[in-house]
Design a protein around this ligand. Structure first.
Ligand code: TXA
Ligand code: MG
Length: 310
């Protein structure tokens, strides 16, 4: 792996694309200082250029060189970095970060991942790495190296295989650049936890109607969709061409996210099981109800977006 990381660092320094594991999902990495490399990410994913990217850095100190960390940012970073949390912050005016990572906004999303391979790659390359999830835009996020190959094929120069991602859902995204902290994407960390640590309200903006919508363009886009239709809150599979993805003690499940009803286990299994069921070629995947609390909010967020996509 040390050899592979050294090669990957060279690929990145030369403007190439390297997929690497993080604790959440696999990222499609490129040098965040290099406009051409960032364009290559958008092209490989087929991602709309209005949807900004997350910049990954090895530690808090590196984060401070690119963005303004206000008091909220220092508190959340201190509590949860390295980890599955992305902070949307004001860019330093003179930063060398490519403008393209921000898709024209004055803010940049920054994350310090907690995965040994991601950490080694960041340190070996000495670069901030822009890295969206390593899948074609709108498709399921990858939690294994083979998912990356399946979705991106040879659009990626190199894939670092670090096994299965532990968390399995993309990072929690919090916008700290406004008047109040705002949860833009639920994840492993939920609004209640963030609010408690910050001792202040964390608003959860409504995608369609509120002032935050233009500032989080990614939320408006089609996302996390398997090829098959998704039918949510289902009790059992119907007809010949539907399978059930279960949760808890249910009968007739083709696969079960967590037979014991454990939400962390369900999150870790979600994308891999959707990939697996999709590969069966069925028309529809029915999914058992998932309790809408804690990590269940993030799971239901991904499922609802996947179901709406058709
Ligand atoms: O767990 C993760 O976050 C993974 C791993 C690889 O780190 N990355 C990931 O990236 O999920 P992506 O590009 O699939 O999702 C980034 C999200 C999008 O919803 C995007 O709109 C939002 O973050 N975002 C990025 N920059 C932003 C900004 N400046 N303002 C508001 N939202 C931003
Ligand atoms: Mg994504």
């Amino acid at each position: 792996m040390i050899d592979a990381i050294a090669r990957a660092a060279t690929v990145l320094r030369n403007g190439g694309l390297v997929a690497f594991p993080t604790e959440t999902v696999y990222g499609l990495g490129a040098n965040a200082l290099d406009d051409a490399a960032i364009v290559a990410i958008y092209e490989a994913k087929g991602r709309p250029r209005i949807n900004p990217l997350i910049v990954h850095v090895p530690d808090l100190e590196a984060a401070r060189t690119y963005a303004v960390l206000n008091r909220w940012a220092e508190t959340l970073a201190g509590a949860f970095w390295p980890g599955p949390l992305t902070l949307v912050l004001n860019r330093h005016r003179d930063t060398r970060l490519s403008k393209l990572v921000s898709a024209g906004l004055d803010t940049v999303a920054i994350r310090v991942p907690n995965h040994p391979v991601a950490q080694s790659l960041l340190r070996a390359s000495g670069l901030p790495l822009a890295a969206p999830s390593a899948n074609r835009s709108g498709h399921l996020s990858p939690t294994r190296a083979e998912h990356v190959r399946g979705s991106l094929g040879n659009r990626v120069d190199m894939v670092l295989d670090g096994g299965t991602c532990d968390v399995g859902l993309e990072s929690t995204v919090v916008d700290l650049s406004g008047e109040e902290p705002a949860l833009l994407r639920p994840g492993f960390l939920d609004a209640a936890t963030l609010s408690e640590v910050l001792s202040t309200r964390v608003i959860v903006p409504d995608v369609e109607s509120d002032a935050h919508a233009p500032r989080s363009p990614g939320r408006l886009l089609r996302h996390y969709a398997p090829r098959a239709r998704l039918r949510l809150n289902a009790d059992e599979p119907v007809g010949d061409n539907e399978v059930l993805l279960g949760f808890g003690t249910v009968e007739n499940a083709h696969l079960n996210l967590s037979p014991s009803g454990n939400l962390a286990e369900a999150a870790a299994n979600l994308f891999a099981m959707l990939h697996e069921l999709d590969a069966l070629g069925v028309d529809s995947i029915a999914v058992s109800p998932i309790p809408d609390r804690g990590l269940g909010e993030a799971i239901n967020d991904r499922l609802r977006r996947g179901a709406e996509a058709r």
